[in-house]
Design a protein around this ligand. Structure first.
Ligand SMILES: [Cu+2]
Length: 138
């Protein structure tokens, strides 16, 4: 009887340790930090849907826009090419559904969400967030 109880205890612990690693990331909130003096701080919230990732950007003091936004390869410190297009921001808000990917695939690579000042000034980045897990949830 003691052996059975010990085995059950082991399985219980095993399941508790395995569960977080096996579970897909369902939501990820990133802090968009203002760049180049824009003052445009906000958030990007990624939510896993069935076969797609929903990306919601919210910059409370964003201008009327439109402000183009993308998921780029690279990091905020070293932005590379566009990996996925996002809906341009209007009044600081943007919602996009990206089909065929998962949040975990984004986390496994090196990606950053960035927002451009305007269609006429794409070279000026006004906000950026690296797609990484927050340190507290690692
Ligand atoms: Cu871009």
């Amino acid at each position: 009887m003691k052996t059975v109880i010990a085995l059950l205890a082991c399985f219980g612990l095993g399941a508790a340790y395995l569960a977080p690693a096996a579970a897909a990331t369902s939501t990820l909130t990133l802090k968009l930090s203002a760049q180049n003096g824009s003052g445009e701080n906000g958030t990007a919230t990624l939510t896993q849907a069935d076969g797609a990732v929903n990306v919601v950007i919210a910059i409370p003091n964003g201008p009327a826009g439109p402000q183009p936004a993308h998921i780029h390869d690279g990091t905020c410190a070293g932005i590379l090419g566009v990996a996925y297009g996002l809906t341009s921001l209007a009044n600081g808000n943007s919602t996009t559904v990206i089909k065929g990917i998962t949040i975990d695939q984004l986390l496994a690579g090196k990606y950053a969400i960035n927002v451009h000042k305007s269609t006429d000034n794409m070279g000026n980045y006004v906000a950026c967030a690296n797609i990484v897990k927050p340190a507290s949830s690692m």
